[in-house]
Design a protein. Structure first.
Lengths: 121, 403
């Protein structure tokens, strides 16, 4: 099955940058109420750069895996570089066709990122 | 049991291959498939009789009007009502909104109450909550059965309306409508029934139940989408105001004084109706009648018993809803191990098995039962034990893929 290709399953089973957000300055969350997916993301910024990022929550394989990939995409980037990361970049990174119904799973992490972006300094 | 092999032949869609495998359609609680006879009836109307109803004097218009009213006759017969008691609507949701706006809002006072149950579909919750009136919810047991003690406690002299589902789309729970009506009558409350899941699956007789309003959808009973029925008891019609206004629902219109509404069900059928839909719905009712609603119920009960037994043997699977098929329709809802319902449904789809996942438009019930999202396999006349076996085999694949 394409949707559950090895890399996605690996991110689902071993999400990167996953865990406690207590000492993170910038935090936001979002949910797909219809699925019961609920994720929260935290970011640390220093010198105009994302020096740490973490997420936590519950979700399906696709929402967890894509959020995990997103944290990898954002970590270490300057705010200017990171600002370019959007829905299209996320779908490209996933590298598989995502059906309309699963798009909101795949893009939940990016939705949080879009809320966090204007707060960062 | 029904002759499923013979029935399947009437549903060409069931021959489809999904992801290279034969389709196993287990999502009839969301929408059912349509047999050839339904499609033929609608096609015949479109090809040979299409015209607007109740307006023209020409032959086609007369034919269309006659077909439309004959469809109404078939559908009322199906639910034990009279022809002047059935309004054609788009679906159950529209029907319930109609009752909320045109009856409840007009007849319920600020200090009075509407009683629902926590197992209702969102479409039997939200229309009532929009009215600004007091809404109460009767609780369920851990098995998802209506808690009658709690219901009795919440049914008071202030209750003016009880809005209850006949069968839960999530747990399959069948509610004791006749008993609820008896209790409601004692406090002079009206009863509206969301029959979206019952009319397609077992005999429903509005007169025997004694309900005031009853709503159902065509597409869940082998008919087309965009057509449904609302039964309004004759005695409630006078006090039910108009819903949508416009053509077809009036007898007189003035510019300097209020219009006079049409007498009878036309009052709630503003605008050009879905005539071919009504004809399709009637053909669906005939198809079901031919099989026999008692037999359909029996068939689904046997399948439900089989499904509950087989699924309860799957390691890590937890069934939701009543264990007794006497109070449960053909809905098999479960959570599977640590897997998210969407992932379960997606892997099942890769095996050709179509199920529903999510909250099934019953968020308050999911919350009450401590669930986030569930997977639901729902049964109908074209399903057999093999379909359930295939579902269970496909669950192995879920474990294999997701680990």
């Amino acid at each position: 099955m394409d949707l559950y290709r090895e890399e996605i399953l690996d991110h689902y089973k071993h999400p990167r940058n996953f865990g406690d957000l207590t000492d993170f300055e910038f935090k936001d969350s979002d949910r797909n109420s219809s699925c019961g997916d609920s994720l929260e993301m935290g970011i640390k910024v220093k010198g105009g750069k994302i020096i740490d990022i973490r997420f936590t929550g519950i979700g399906c394989a696709i929402s967890l895996a894509s959020a995990s990939m997103l944290t990898e995409m954002l970590k270490g980037k300057t705010l200017v570089q990171a600002a370019k990361i959007d829905d299209a970049a996320m779908l490209k990174r996933l590298g598989i066709p995502i059906s309309l119904t699963r798009q909101k799973c795949a893009l939940l992490g990016v939705a949080i990122w879009q809320k966090l972006k204007p707060q960062l300094k | 049991m029904l002759d499923v092999k013979k029935i399947k032949a009437d549903f060409p869609i069931l021959k489809r291959k999904i992801n290279g495998r034969p389709l196993v359609y287990l999502d009839s609680a969301a929408t059912s498939q349509r047999p050839l006879s339904v499609l033929a009836a609608m096609r015949d109307f479109d090809l040979n009789h299409n015209a607007n109803v109740h307006r023209g004097l020409h032959t086609l218009s007369e034919e269309a009007s006659a077909l439309y009213e004959s469809a109404r006759g078939t559908v009322v017969n199906f639910i034990g009502a009279r022809a002047d008691e059935l309004v054609f609507v788009r679906n159950t949701t529209e029907a319930l909104n109609l009752v909320a706006r045109a009856w409840a809002f007009k007849n319920i006072k600020k200090d009075e109450e509407i009683l629902l149950t926590i197992m209702e579909h969102h479409s039997n919750i939200l229309p009532w909550m929009q009215l600004g009136l007091r809404v109460k919810f009767a609780d369920v047991t851990e098995e998802g059965i209506l808690d009658m003690e709690d219901f009795k406690k919440k049914l008071t002299k202030k209750t003016r309306l009880v809005a209850v589902g006949h069968m839960s789309n999530t747990t399959g729970t069948i509610n004791p409508i006749a008993e609820i009506v008896k209790m409601a009558k004692r406090v002079k409350a009206a009863v509206v029934v969301d029959a979206a899941q019952s009319v397609p699956h077992f005999p429903v007789d509005v007169k025997a139940l004694g309900v005031d309003f009853l709503a159902f959808s065509g597409h869940k009973m082998l008919g087309p989408m965009g057509i449904g029925g609302l039964y309004i008891k004759k005695e409630r019609q006078e006090e039910t105001g108009p819903f949508l206004t416009g053509g077809g629902m009036i007898s007189e219109v003035y510019t300097d004084k209020p219009a006079v509404w049409a007498k009878g069900v036309e009052k709630w059928e503003a605008g050009t109706p879905n005539v071919s839909g009504a004809i399709g719905l009637a053909a669906a009712a005939k198809y079901l009648q031919k099989l026999g609603m008692e037999k359909i119920r029996q068939h689904e009960r046997e399948l439900t018993d089989y499904g509950l037994k087989q699924l309860s043997r799957v390691k890590g699977l937890r069934l939701i809803g009543p264990s007794d098929s006497r109070v449960r329709g053909g809905v098999l809802t479960f959570i599977f191990d640590k897997y998210h319902a969407h992932d379960v449904a997606q892997v099942l789809d890769s095996e050709g098995v179509a199920v529903r996942s999510g909250h099934h438009c019953t968020m308050p019930l999911h919350r009450r039962l401590g669930l986030v999202s569930t997977t639901r396999a729902s049964l109908y006349i074209y399903n057999d034990k093999t379909d359930i076996d295939k579902l269970i085999a496909a669950l192995d694949k879920v474990k294999e893929v997701l680990g």
